[in-house]
Design a protein around this ligand. Sequence first.
Ligand SMILES: [Zn+2]
Length: 339
Amino acid sequence: MTKKQNSYPPTNEEATILEYFRKSITQKSLYHSYLFVGADSRLLENLVQHISQSLLCLQGAGAPCQSCQACRKVKERIHPDVWISPSILENKPLNISEVRDVIGEASLKPWEGNYKVFFLPHAHRMANEASHALLKTLEEPPKHSIFLLTTETTNSILPTILSRCQVFQVGSLGNQETERILIEEDKLSPSEAAVISRLSEGNISLAREIHQELWEARPRLLEILCQEKDPLALGEALHQFCGNKKGRKSSKEKAKALLTHLSSLVRDILFIQSHVPAEKLINQDYLDSLQKVARLHSPKRIESFLDFLLEAQHMVDCNVTISLIWENVSMYLSSDTLR
Ligand SMILES: [Zn+2]
């Protein structure tokens, strides 16, 4: 949805989501917060643009006419009732000062339309401080405000934020279909297929990558996360895995995959601490061990570890030497911060 980008016609899946919004708008049954999960950020931006148009179109039919002044303004990104995170052009997540802007803006009445729409991208990379500030607004949303969040993955999003949003998977086959393909075509066991499809959030190519590149490191990750002694072993194990020549991925890609998976384990621990039902967990096969870790640490500490893992993912993006990152992870785990 950058200014110069041409938008393309809705895909079938988009059409289904837009139809859902058409009904919700015309029946006045909208929620305040929606989260769109998908790997293709352009697809997500395009979808958010069409939903914003649906909400603000002057024809009032709950679908974008693409020709009224409101639809055009949304497309040009000059509609006063659409707040778009300034960080989006730099591919950055929302920061705390932007969240304060959102809160201030949301308290005002719409200028031209019936709603104030907030587009908040990269929710999976939002730091805890920003997430918590945003959460207060999501919990008690101003009457006219609609929050449209997008994310690559829900693995590192705070459970409290997730529980406030209606979640849509975009551009994926969905968990059940992915699970079926993994069992029937890739000959995985049903229990493996179930975890991998949840980890990949219904994205079959990502699921296959996880199986090829990450699967063997998984028990070791959990083992180290659970043990109380020798946390330095985690850094060591992570480092070894990334240096391993097996598989097609670079050590940077492997490091990111490992950190994402570690985040999913830590997020599950937070879910357990928040008494979320077990069927909502990604790593359900590790329930006993995760419950044990959940009892050992306070939610605040687990949350701060999740924040730290996000920071580590950011360091990988910024090309910080991988071994230095693992050293940091090890030091973090061996400090009193987590225990
Ligand atoms: Zn219109």
